[in-house]
Write a protein that binds this ligand. Structure first.
Ligand code: F6R
Length: 615
């Protein structure tokens, strides 16, 4: 959701904060603001729109130089994206500045109380109430950290808050409940941010802030306490991403860079998880083998693209382990009163590790006694911290809002989990597991081949820029791939796009087919389950007979599709269950190119945010 940066040290706070915000802009980009402490005053600037608008404002109306400051890039929840609603928010005396990520659920009641006590609130945001509450508590205790603790105890909901006070020029105070905040510890300087990419140019030493904690940031170090004032244990960790991993490295967009990084992301995710004898050792999965052997149901919870990874994983898990597997949208999970107990393994998939819907689903699962395994790309984030075990995907930072490399590595992690369970329960022989592991090891090369042959896909995408609708069809694991292709197109090209199970078409959606309608069809390998392949070839004929323009993704050597395909995109031969790894890539390239041809900004599509930390 929103991105937050705080700094205290000896550099220009404004420079550090703006550079950090640039890295965090993917989190939210409908307005931005900064505040610095200079000459005993708070000096602030904020603007609706992209960060560039704020930077222009700062060039026209510079802020005084300062060594303490904070900044915010917003994804609106309460109140539209206007200058007034942008953060930071100040109290009436203009002595306190606050930025916030999350939602304060009891803000309406708090605002009424404040108004009754004579406070003037100018914005429609929940955040502004915090600035006023802090001002009241500060006036009685004269201690910003204590005022923050007192205010946090009155707030309901999810929040990260960062505040400065004009009377405490060398202090930044942060607080966190159910929303991300990491601390960076430098030499004579300290940082706070929604994620480490904001400060990796300055320090690689970071501290995970726990739930319900307040941090005081000073030049010479940090102090962490609970909301009740008790000192907290701090766990530092080393950030091993390098700064260039978070830059575009010459690509026109982060999305293109991240698509290109997929072979490496997949091989990094496999690295170190298979020993020389082909045995899987997932060291992070600290759920006792006995528990895994007794598991009688697997439930995967996730959102969006991660949910599609889960839908594909179901086929592999059930086939290799014979354990029934359900896949559920995390946002729906806890509301249907799911049947869970100590023999249920819940797998929570999340790139960011901060998605609130997924977090709430896993909390519900743990309350019911289920064991939770997280598949996550972000070290130190909340979802792995609150799970019983974690398998990290090693995709590196994913900055573009549309998920690409994280999706492929989530798939790889799911395959590893499925094989690990099969190994543990003896549902597959060692040599069978080794065969799949060898096939997985060949995927990075297959992905390189796909990426090398994408020019015709780009051309095709450009030729479709004027269309309004594209449909996607698949069967078996190709069905979630179709859903993912449609999601990418919706979010990037703002087009009507839908994915269907090809067999379901005749039960209604075939009425949508009209002359020239582009339909992308993901064709399973004829070598795997030939019945699947034959059925989908018939589906292609059905839609073509009704005028559809058929864009077919099929493996090399599959000539059966040629008579019915207007365009064929070839992908390398891989086993049926692994085909989503190679078949998704052309769909990512297709959506990215089509969106660009329509003049859309692919890294930051409208209305979206990278990390959705509200329900
Ligand atoms: C789509 C996309 C989203 C995310 C979803 C879950 O391209 O990126 O649908 O997949 O918001 O996010 P994570 O994986 O961070 O939990």
């Amino acid at each position: 959701m929103c991105g937050i940066v705080g700094y205290v040290g000896s550099q220009s706070a404004l420079d550090v904060v703006l550079a950090g915000l640039r890295r965090l802009e993917y989190r939210g980009y409908d307005s931005a603001g900064v505040a610095v402490l200079a000459d005993g005053q708070v000096a602030a600037a904020k603007k609706a729109g992209k960060l560039g608008n704020l930077e222009k404002e700062l060039t026209e109306h510079p802020l005084p130089s300062a060594a303490t400051g904070l900044g915010h890039t917003r994804w609106a929840t309460h109140g539209g994206p206007t200058d007034v609603n942008a953060h930071p928010h100040l109290d009436n005396a203009g002595r306190i500045a606050v930025v916030h990520n999350g939602i304060i659920e009891n803000f309406a009641a708090l605002r009424e109380e404040l108004r009754a006590r004579g406070h003037r609130l100018e914005s429609e945001t929940d955040t502004e109430t915090v600035a006023h509450l802090l001002a009241e508590d500060y006036s009685s205790c004269g201690d910003l950290a204590q005022a923050m603790r007192l205010v946090c105890l009155r707030l309901e909901g999810a929040f990260t808050l960062v505040a400065v006070h004009a009377d405490e020029p060398d202090l930044v105070v942060g607080a966190r409940r159910n929303s991300p905040l990491v601390v960076g510890v430098g030499e004579g300087e300290s940082f706070l941010a929604s994620d480490v990419t904001a400060f990796i140019d300055h320090t690689r030493t970071a501290i995970e802030l726990g739930q319900d904690q307040v941090v005081e940031l000073r030049r010479d170090g940090v102090a962490v306490t609970g909301f009740d004032g008790s000192p907290a244990d701090v766990r530092t960790f080393h950030v091993d991403w390098d700064a260039s991993a978070a830059e575009k490295s010459g690509y026109a967009s982060f999305m293109l860079k991240e698509i290109a990084e997929q072979p490496k992301a997949v091989s990094d995710t496999l690295l170190g998880r298979i020993d020389a004898s082909g045995t899987l050792s997932l060291d992070e999965v600290r759920i006792p083998p006995q528990v895994l052997r007794e598991t009688d149901k697997i439930v995967i919870v996730a959102c969006g693209t991660a949910y599609h990874a889960g839908l594909i994983a179901k086929y592999a898990i059930e086939h290799w382990t014979r354990i029934p597997c359900e896949v559920e949208l995390a946002s729906e999970f806890r509301y249907r009163d799911p049947i869970l107990d100590g023999r249920t393994l819940v797998v929570a998939i999340s790139q960011s590790g901060e998605t609130m819907d997924t977090l709430m689903a896993l909390r519900h699962a743990r309350e019911q006694g289920a064991h939770v395994l997280a598949i996550c790309n972000t070290n130190g984030s909340t979802i792995p911290r609150e799970s019983d075990a974690v398998l990290y995907t090693h995709a590196g930072p994913e900055v573009a809002v549309a998920s690409t490399k994280a999706f492929l590595t989530q798939l790889v992690a799911c395959y590893l989990v499925a094989l690990y369970l099969a190994q543990n329960r003896g549902t597959k022989y060692g040599d069978e597991i080794r065969t799949v592991v060898t096939e997985l090891a060949g995927v990075p090369e297959a992905l390189e081949q796909v990426l090398d042959t994408m020019e015709p896909v780009r051309e095709l995408a450009r030729s479709l820029a004027g269309h309004d609708t594209v449909l996607f069809l698949g069967r078996h694991v190709g069905h979630p791939v179709a859903l993912e292709g449609a999601l990418k197109l919706k979010e990037l090209a703002y087009m009507h796009a839908e994915g269907f199970a090809a067999g379901e078409l005749k039960h209604g959606p075939i009425a949508l087919i009209e002359e020239g309608l582009p339909v992308v069809v993901i064709v399973p390998s004829p070598r795997g389950r030939s019945v699947l392949h034959d059925k989908i070839v018939s589906n292609i004929q059905e839609i073509r007979a009704r005028g559809a323009r058929t864009l077919v993704i099929a493996e090399e050597g599959d000539t059966a599709v040629e008579p019915y395909a207007d365009h064929v995109v070839r992908v390398p031969r891989v086993p049926t269950l692994l085909q989503p790894l190679v078949a998704t890539v052309p769909l990512q390239v297709f959506a990215c190119e089509l969106a660009t041809a329509r003049g859309n900004e692919v890294d930051q599509p409208r209305n979206l945010a990278k990390s959705v930390t509200v329900e």
